[in-house]
Write a protein that binds this ligand. Structure first.
Ligand SMILES: NC(=O)c1ccc[n+]([C@@H]2O[C@H](COP(=O)([O-])OP(=O)(O)OC[C@H]3O[C@@H](n4cnc5c(N)ncnc54)[C@H](O)[C@@H]3O)[C@@H](O)[C@H]2O)c1
Ligand SMILES: O=C(O)C(=O)C[C@@H](O)[C@H](O)[C@H](O)COP(=O)(O)O
Ligand SMILES: [Zn+2]
Length: 380
């Protein structure tokens, strides 16, 4: 078991959603406060922790100890790590275990893990007895800056990413930045793609700061907390204005139209983690924006350079196995992108760039230029 963590002064970010508003609590050691925060929010509650095997090894006991110290009964549901659990089978396993644990309408589900556990447990909570509240305890960088906030929950279909799900906001998010110390370097880098995304889509000053300081985020300390809090503030502000993605929330999908198709074509496997797909997708979105004359080649190159410096893949050719199988042809990728949730009346929507720090929603994008662009990229 990992040694208990000490409290530090946490940063609080409010997700201002009226009667469904909640706090994101960020800081080194805040996992130790899980029990007291849950008890304050829901006196007398019972809980079930959903986690994966790897996270369980490091962080389940500290989470359970914190709940026990506040007298909160809990049970544990441990799934396999990775996208294999964000499936119908994974949802069945978690849902049946929650029912067996007699989690009632007024109880709480606790998602302890990365984005997979958060999306899966959140969706299971959304449909259990037609809706049980849940708490996010994100343990990957990606989950701390993105997936634990905003209430998108769901599972994948073999036909596409997150095609089944519900908007279901958590009642609390506890992001302990020390927990990231056990994350593998590759997973840390993958999560970093979503951090860079906030700079690229809406905050040039943050992007410049990341260009200078990204290595310190890996080391921990105040740079890590600053990057996580800045990302959460950016996401919370957008979600508060557009919870259900009828407008500007789509900006958070920068890089995802390409990225999700790439995850699907690689079978939602370890060949390409979500954040890696986002890094390639964001680079492609920048290059496509340059091709359309919306930004200069130099700005697109600046984004790619930074992602490379952060150790991320940026080209289709960087995906494991690409050389052997050519990945997929442009038509196969187009067919997968046609399942994107931003598609309206069969027309693609892309998030494109007018500058580093200024993304726009481009509706009714014609497929032909996208197909030509992909053909060029696949041939490189
Ligand atoms: N709901 C949203 O808004 C949203 C946003 C972004 C991504 N997502 C989804 O999130 C998923 C990706 O999330 P992810 O990158 O966290 O993947 P993940 O949940 O698979 O976690 C990555 C890996 O890291 C391990 N891990 C997590 N925390 C750890 C820790 N502290 N120490 C050691 N190992 C740890 C996990 O066991 C797993 O093997 C994708 O399914 C994506 O679609 C959702
Ligand atoms: O919160 C959002 O909105 C996002 O788009 C954040 C993305 O990083 C995330 O991957 C999300 O799950 C993608 O949403 P989807 O609607 O395209 O499935
Ligand atoms: Zn994402």
């Amino acid at each position: 078991m990992t040694a208990p963590l000490k409290h530090s002064d946490p940063i609080k970010v409010d997700v201002a959603l009226g009667d469904r508003a909640y706090d994101i609590v960020i800081g080194r050691g805040v996992l130790a406060s899980l029990g007291e925060r849950v008890a304050a929010l829901r006196p007398g509650v019972r809980t079930a922790i959903v986690t994966d095997r790897t996270v369980a090894k490091y962080w389940l006991e500290p989470a359970e100890a914190s709940l026990a110290a506040s007298g909160i009964p809990t049970s544990r549901i441990v799934v396999e790590e990775g996208e294999i659990s964000k499936t119908y089978a994974g949802l069945e396993k978690v849902s049946e275990a929650l029912i067996a644990a007699k989690i009632e309408r007024n109880d709480l589900v606790i998602a302890l893990g990365g984005g997979v556990v958060g999306d899966l447990a959140g969706f299971a909570a959304a449909i259990l007895r037609r809706g049980v509240d849940f708490v996010q305890v994100p343990t990957s960088l990606l989950a701390q800056v993105d997936s634990s906030v905003g209430g998108k929950t769901g599972i994948n279909s073999p036909q596409g990413k997150n095609l089944l799900g519900a908007f279901h906001q958590p009642v609390l998010v506890i992001a302990d930045t020390a927990v990231l110390d056990t994350l593998s370097p590759r997973q840390f880098r993958a999560g970093y793609a979503e951090v860079a995304k906030y700079g690229v889509l809406g905050d040039e000053a943050f992007f410049s700061w990341l260009e200078k300081n990204h290595a310190d985020i890996v080391k921990g300390g105040s740079a890590r907390e600053h990057a996580i809090a800045t990302s959460c503030r950016a996401k919370a502000a957008i979600v508060a204005r557009d919870e259900r993605e009828t407008g500007e929330r789509a900006l958070l999908n920068l890089g995802h139209t390409f990225g999700h198709a790439l995850e699907a074509v690689t079978g939602f496997s370890d060949r390409l983690f979500h954040g890696e797909g986002v890094a390639i997708g964001m680079t492609l979105a920048a290059q496509f924006s340059a091709k359309l004359g919306m930004i200069g080649e130099r700005e697109a190159a600046r984004i790619e350079r930074h992602l490379i410096e952060a150790g991320l893949p940026t080209r289709l050719q960087d995906i494991a196995g690409f050389a052997q199988e050519g990945l997929a042809d442009a038509d196969a990728l187009m067919a997968l992108m046609a399942q994107d949730k931003k598609v309206k009346r069969g027309k693609l929507t892309f998030i494109l760039l007018e500058a580093v720090g200024r993304a726009v929603i481009a509706k009714d994008v014609e497929p032909a230029p996208v197909r030509d662009f992909l053909k060029e990229k696949l041939a490189q």
